[in-house]
Design a protein around this ligand. Sequence first.
Ligand SMILES: O=P(O)(O)OC[C@H]1O[C@H](OP(=O)(O)OP(=O)(O)O)[C@H](O)[C@@H]1O
Ligand SMILES: Nc1nc2[nH]cnc2c(=O)[nH]1
Ligand SMILES: [Mg+2]
Length: 173
Amino acid sequence: MTASDLSKQDRTGRPFPVSWDQFHRDCRALTWRLNEVGPFKAVIAITRGGLVPAAIVARELGIRVIDTVCIASYDHDKQEALQLLKPISADIVALGAGTGEGVLIVDDLVDTGATARVVRDMMPAAHFATVYAKPLGRPLVDTFITEVSQDTWIYFPWDLGLSFQPPMKDGAG
Ligand SMILES: O=P(O)(O)OC[C@H]1O[C@H](OP(=O)(O)OP(=O)(O)O)[C@H](O)[C@@H]1O
Ligand SMILES: Nc1nc2[nH]cnc2c(=O)[nH]1
Ligand SMILES: [Mg+2]
């Protein structure tokens, strides 16, 4: 087995698990920053990871016009060719005068920046926000809350479950 056979998650090895409480706090912190940048006419969530932060941010900002752009690039933890499954809706494109002016795009994180680059090209004047950012993707994001190192793998609460933890004396930790 070579290094390229390993999933990105296995190669990175630095786990960063996020609880629902922490995620909610981080989304609210993100909204504090966005509140100073807006107002926004609509929110676009990059599915699927952007759906939860978009709901929290839209709730806090009082925005009820919410659209999705559906993109898949990772099969669980393996980066694959990026697929556009659903584009931004025509009425949201029209709302932002075709450029995204006054529109807020939300995703959970930016890693290599490949997803962000594709969506940014669709709406160059939109404001792009993520909760977490890794260094390679960071230049593509206008507002984010926490930067983690490139070799970190973020585990979101919707991908986690409660499980037994062996005591530290047995080698855990
Ligand atoms: O900066 P990048 O290297 O493009 O990676 C970031 C993207 O990867 C994840 O989505 P994923 O494609 O795994 O789909 P999901 O949101 O449905 O989990 C994450 O939610 C971002 O959208
Ligand atoms: N859950 C998760 N998905 C990702 N997609 C790209 N990077 C990551 C990451 O760190 N965590
Ligand atoms: Mg995603």
